[in-house]
Ligand binder design. Structure first.
Ligand SMILES: NC(=O)c1ccc[n+]([C@@H]2O[C@H](COP(=O)([O-])OP(=O)(O)OC[C@H]3O[C@@H](n4cnc5c(N)ncnc54)[C@H](O)[C@@H]3O)[C@@H](O)[C@H]2O)c1
Length: 376
């Protein structure tokens, strides 16, 4: 007889989450987010760099596993993979073979075929499979999704989003360097690294996006190799782009993005419907801004966002703390699913990521131009 589902959300058992990879994102966002999540607790960490793993385990007061096998043998309810994208395929193989549910960082792999293959294997084992598109829990995006669904906007006729951030020019963020975040072969570049989130949001808010064309450029082709090796390395992935696509109803969509902006303005969405137009501006940040509705009289009125994941709920500690709240909300959603015997929730699945990667591959079929001033 099958064991009754565990009720993670009602506090009688916590979902045990083992963390693989304790680098920048885990340290700054995921682990603090996990600590906030109700019904979940960290059961241990593993990192291929033993010193990094030991330090993290000491800091978090958790078990330090000396191998992936040891971590899997401890039978966590969920394995969270927070390692660079090119390591995900091998790690997913091992996690799925061990019959563990998995939350994988984005970009999930390096191709749609790799994602499809992981999806098939996870489904065959009946496992929960999730991709860390935590922006689905942003109250603004959930509010817009509801406005699309309940007909507030009428028929959506055009969507444009502009992303103007400085991650690639700020020391301390991965895309400042010639590493996985800026190299094509390692799923680097602003499209897989950052816009994969936006692609998933199109899926979440509008039911899909079908990529059509792209202009891709690498405006800063040389970057320091690492924090300790400042000699310039050539980077080949795009840092700026203009992408197009269609919504399922045939409406055109445009995403214009750079992560090497000198003066970042953040994110701005304009969603034009047959009844009203939604504007969402984040004022220099990636999320957490205000949603406004433009009527036919051209007045902009603020829309009250859904309360469930509103920044007010998670405190007012700026974007970083906001990100912790998003990760916590995703973990709680996963815990609620597993606790009631489900493998689906509102989180993005590997199936959603297949759609994301089909789009990435379509856009990436375009040439990537290197900035004329520095090209040989
Ligand atoms: N969801 C988001 O908003 C978001 C934001 C930033 C980064 N990310 C993603 O998070 C992941 C990690 O990025 P990061 O900036 O923390 O990288 P990082 O290089 O700072 O950390 C990666 C860690 O993984 C470890 N590692 C590498 N291969 C491993 C393996 N096979 N087994 C165990 N440990 C291994 C490294 O030693 C390192 O400590 C990437 O996939 C990145 O795209 C997601």
């Amino acid at each position: 007889m099958q064991a009754p589902p565990r009720k993670f959300h009602e506090w009688d058992a916590a979902m045990k989450v083992a963390v693989v990879g304790t680098g920048m994102f885990a340290r700054l966002t995921a682990v603090p987010g996990l600590a906030l999540a109700r019904g979940a607790e960290m059961s241990g960490v593993f990192d291929i760099d033993a010193d990094v793993a030991r330090k993290a385990a000491n800091e978090y007061g958790t078990t330090c596993f000396d191998s992936l096998d040891a971590l899997l043998a401890s039978k966590p309810d969920l394995v969270y993979l927070s390692t660079p994208p090119s390591s995900h395929v091998a790690l997913l193989d091992a996690v799925i073979a061990a019959g563990r549910n998995v939350l994988c960082e984005k970009p999930m792999c390096t191709s749609a075929a790799e994602v499809s293959s992981a999806l098939a294997r996870a489904e065959a084992r009946g496992l929960l499979h999730a991709v860390d598109h935590e922006w689905r829990y942003t109250s603004a995006y959930r509010t817009i999704r509801q406005m699309v669904r309940d007909g507030t906007l009428g028929e959506v006729r055009n969507v444009s989003v502009s992303v103007c951030v400085n991650y690639g020019v700020v020391e301390g963020w991965a895309p400042f360097y010639a590493n996985f975040a800026t190299l094509l072969a390692e799923s680097g570049g602003v499209v897989p690294q950052l816009l994969s989130h936006f692609c998933d949001l199109f899926e979440f808010m509008f039911g899909g996006l079908e990529a059509s064309g792209a202009a891709l450029s690498t405006m800063i082709p040389h970057k320091p190799r690492s924090q300790t090796d400042l000699t310039p390395g050539f980077v080949d992935a795009e840092d700026s782009c203009a992408l197009t696509g269609f919504l399922p109803n045939g409406a055109p969509a445009a995403i214009s993005a750079t992560w090497v902006a000198y003066a970042p303005t953040g994110v701005q969405w304009t969603i034009s419907g047959s009844k009203e137009t939604v504007v969402y501006r984040t004022g220099g940040l990636l999320n957490g801004g205000k949603v406004g509705l433009v009527t036919a009289e051209f007045t902009l009125r603020e829309v009250k966002q859904l309360a469930e994941y509103n920044p007010e709920v998670f405190g007012d500690g700026g974007n970083r703390e906001y990100q912790h709240g998003l990760f916590a909300a995703e973990i709680e959603d996963i815990a609620a699913a597993l606790g009631s015997g489900r493998t689906r929730g509102q989180f993005a699945t590997f199936a959603d990521e297949v759609a994301v990667w089909r789009n990435i591959e379509c856009w990436r079929a375009s040439e990537i131009r290197v900035a004329a001033s520095t090209a040989a």
